[in-house]
Design a protein around this ligand. Structure first.
Ligand SMILES: Nc1ncnc2c1ncn2[C@@H]1O[C@H](COP(=O)(O)O)[C@@H](O)[C@H]1OP(=O)(O)O
Ligand SMILES: [Mg+2]
Length: 404
């Protein structure tokens, strides 16, 4: 009887090893009730929330994910350096990002599959090899294969026999999984923020792991993010030391180290409680998020600081260590958010003490396949500020709708 009872309890309760807080389902039961009582907005638990995932250890998966993302970052840095040294004409050419995108996906996919052998390896990733298999892409494919082999060899820890073009195509195509609410699925954006990559600005390699529909670990490699920042300043100056690796595992907090391998340090979101003292992140690209709407919300919250605009999930990383307090993202009508654009970022922020929700106050649901079914936008901040932010977002959305 005692065994049955404790097993049943373990299914829904665990103690956070660092905060010693009893968690009843990672997000919903700790935070949602407070939100609801303050804002009376609808908050639902994610469908398919599986509590057992919260008490498992993913140490081996996390170590492998960190290695895979660090190597992919090395490949991307090499391509971006060459791109930035090239002439103006080749800078308007999109092929460098294509090479880095495919190369990064091949490296991550190859390492995960090789180092975590499993009969049910599943990867949900942005790219597939369709275009690369075309006759006119042969030269590009050879460049990618060469880069992938150089990158794997640069690790130096083991003997990897050279991959062929076909091996690279196969590794890329492992990313065709549909994800879903059962079993484990890796979720990868090989280069998040391609526009930032081409500009020489921020981008990220973002890798998450879903277990029964919930994100249980996440790694964000941000090769151009400064290691040290003062709040609100993440634009990188030439003299800054850059290259951050953020990582989080469910129930164990979020950590950051340098991409070249410093000691990890634990990070926490900002504790700013007053909206007017907060600064906020948003997309650099106006085409990716409605800057007029965020400006309206910021005004309502009396936020004094101007928006900090950077590309990619580096925004989640920067927020997780308190560089800013709020992140708002409101894509234009009709855009469907993909799970690889938020899975890693989401756990990096929540394990650092933050909250990620859609504009209706619902937690993001990663269990429905390749897309997130969302209501309007994504908002992120610390737990204390979320009810205030949510209220301002909802009022602004209403005002915007009635002015149309
Ligand atoms: N029209 C769009 N609206 C919103 N997001 C987009 C759009 N087009 C691409 N994205 C994706 O938005 C993310 C970057 O957002 P942000 O500008 O906030 O950093 C990237 O995942 C980018 O795709 P990709 O990863 O292919 O570059
Ligand atoms: Mg992306």
């Amino acid at each position: 009887m005692a065994i049955i009872l404790s097993t049943a309890l373990l299914g829904c309760i665990y103690v956070h090893p660092l905060t010693r807080i009893l968690y009843l389902d990672h997000y919903y039961y700790t935070y949602a009730p407070k939100l609801k009582s303050i804002s009376s907005l609808s908050l639902k638990p994610p469908r398919n929330s599986v509590r057992a995932a919260s008490i498992m250890s993913y140490d081996k998966e996390l170590a492998t994910a960190k290695k895979a993302c660090s190597l992919a970052a090395r490949l991307c840095q090499k391509v971006q350096r060459a791109l930035l040294q090239s002439d103006v004409q080749s800078k308007s050419d999109k092929s460098p990002v294509t090479v880095a995108d495919y190369g990064s996906q091949a490296v991550v996919s190859f390492i995960l599959e090789k180092e975590l052998p499993s009969r049910s390896f599943s990867l949900v990733a942005e790219e597939d090899s369709g275009d690369l298999r075309k006759e006119e892409s042969q030269e590009t494919l050879q460049r990618i294969t060469k880069l992938v082999n150089e990158t794997l060899a640069s690790d130096g820890t083991e003997n990897v026999s050279l991959l062929s073009d076909e091996d690279v195509l196969t590794a890329i195509d492992s990313g065709k999984s549909e994800g879903g609410s059962f079993g484990q699925h890796w979720v990868l954006d090989p280069i998040d923020g391609t526009k930032g990559f081409l500009r020489g600005d921020q981008y990220a390699i973002a890798l998450g792991l879903l277990d029964e529909g919930k994100v249980v670990l996440g790694v964000l490699a941000c090769p151009n993010l400064p290691l040290q920042t003062s709040a609100g300043h993440v634009q990188h100056n030439v003299q800054d030391k850059v290259g951050c690796l953020f990582f989080a595992q469910v129930g164990t907090g979020t950590y950051m180290q340098s991409l070249d391998g410093s000691q990890p340090t634990k990070v926490d979101v900002s504790s700013t409680e007053n909206a007017e003292d907060a600064s906020f992140f948003e997309s650099f690209e106006a085409a990716h998020s409605l800057h007029d709407l965020t400006s309206m919300i910021a005004k309502k919250l009396s936020i004094k600081a101007p928006p900090v605009r950077i590309d990619s999930q580096a925004k989640y990383g920067a927020l997780s260590r308190g560089d800013g307090t709020i992140y708002m993202r409101f894509p234009h009508r009709g855009y469907r958010e993909k799970i690889w654009d938020h899975a890693a970022g989401c756990i990096v922020v929540t394990e650092a003490g933050g909250v990620v929700s859609d504009a209706a106050g619902n937690p993001l649901d990663f269990s429905r396949g390749r897309y997130l079914d969302l209501d309007t936008g994504i908002i992120v901040t610390n737990q204390k500020l979320m009810p205030t932010l949510l209220k301002a977002v909802q009022e602004s959305l209403k005002e915007k709708a009635s002015s149309l």
